[in-house]
Design a protein around this ligand. Structure first.
Ligand SMILES: [Zn+2]
Length: 268
């Protein structure tokens, strides 16, 4: 009986206490980031207007929200130059952080806290883990998002082709953050996540068989890649995605708490 009592005590007291502690720690950091918030300059805002189409299409109220969230993301991430890159420039930091802001725009406060550091390589880089060249990756063990700057920029050059490395890697980080319960943040709503997960096996087959020609083949590798490719299409060509696979699209609207068709406006 005594042992059973101890187990029950652990379940009902220790576990909630642990999550409460994580949440308090998250808020303490949030307060620090807000107090020492990195301010965007007028030049940064003009730069975003010109080079970050998602921002350019928002209405004035949402633009204000976007900038405020972007400042917090910028304040909460550490950027590190790797692989011979001299420095991570201000423009690089703004564009990478703007992509995080876009993907998490549906949440008021989500900042992907677990992924605190962003490594930037100038080009594709050799990874010792699987002895291949990488365009980007996420490393949940060390809280890293890694991008090749050349591939990141290429993703933005054609904003309608459904290929965008930045969105892709941040999608991986978001999905992993949802699975890491101890980051003090709540990513997906349970019901929305269940509804999305239910669709995945069939939708993955639809890409394989050509029923969904919009998603590139990388989506068929596994569920993680499927999610990342789905988000590339969700943001880059929301109308085509909606018209091709409406149920999957709507499940992502619920999951990400935003509908990019609103910003894209026209059915093009
Ligand atoms: Zn991937």
């Amino acid at each position: 009986m005594a042992i059973t009592f101890k187990v029950v005590a652990i379940l009902f007291v220790m576990i909630p206490a642990y999550y409460l502690m994580r949440r308090v720690s998250w808020w303490l950091k949030q307060t620090r980031f807000l107090l020492y918030k990195r301010k965007l300059t007028q030049g940064d805002i003009i730069f975003l207007e010109k080079y970050f189409p998602f921002y350019g299409r928002l209405n004035p109220i949402h633009k204000k929200e976007f900038l405020s969230k972007l400042e917090l993301i910028l304040s909460s991430k550490k950027f590190v130059a790797r692989g011979g890159l001299n420095e991570v420039t201000n423009e690089m930091e703004v564009l990478i952080s703007a992509t995080i802001t876009m993907v998490t725009f549906g949440w008021k406060r989500l900042r992907l806290a677990h992924f605190h550091t962003i490594l930037v390589y100038p080009n594709t880089y050799f990874s010792n883990s699987n002895k291949t060249y990488h365009r980007g990756e996420v490393n949940p063990r060390f809280g890293l998002i890694v991008v090749s700057w050349r591939c990141f920029v290429e993703g933005f050059l054609d904003e309608k082709d459904g290929v965008n490395l930045g969105i892709h890697e941040i999608a991986h980080a978001l999905k992993l953050a949802h699975l890491i319960d101890s980051d003090g943040e709540k990513e997906f709503e349970t019901q929305a996540w269940k509804a999305y997960k239910k669709l995945v096996p069939t939708e993955l087959e639809n890409v394989k068989s050509g029923v969904n020609p919009l998603f590139r083949n990388a989506a068929t590798l596994n569920e993680h890649e499927f999610f990342a490719v789905a988000l590339e299409n969700f943001f880059e060509r929301p109308w085509e995605f909606f018209n091709t696979r409406p149920e999957l699209y709507q499940s992502l609207v619920r999951l990400l708490k935003q509908d990019p068709r609103v910003w894209a406006k026209t059915n093009e």
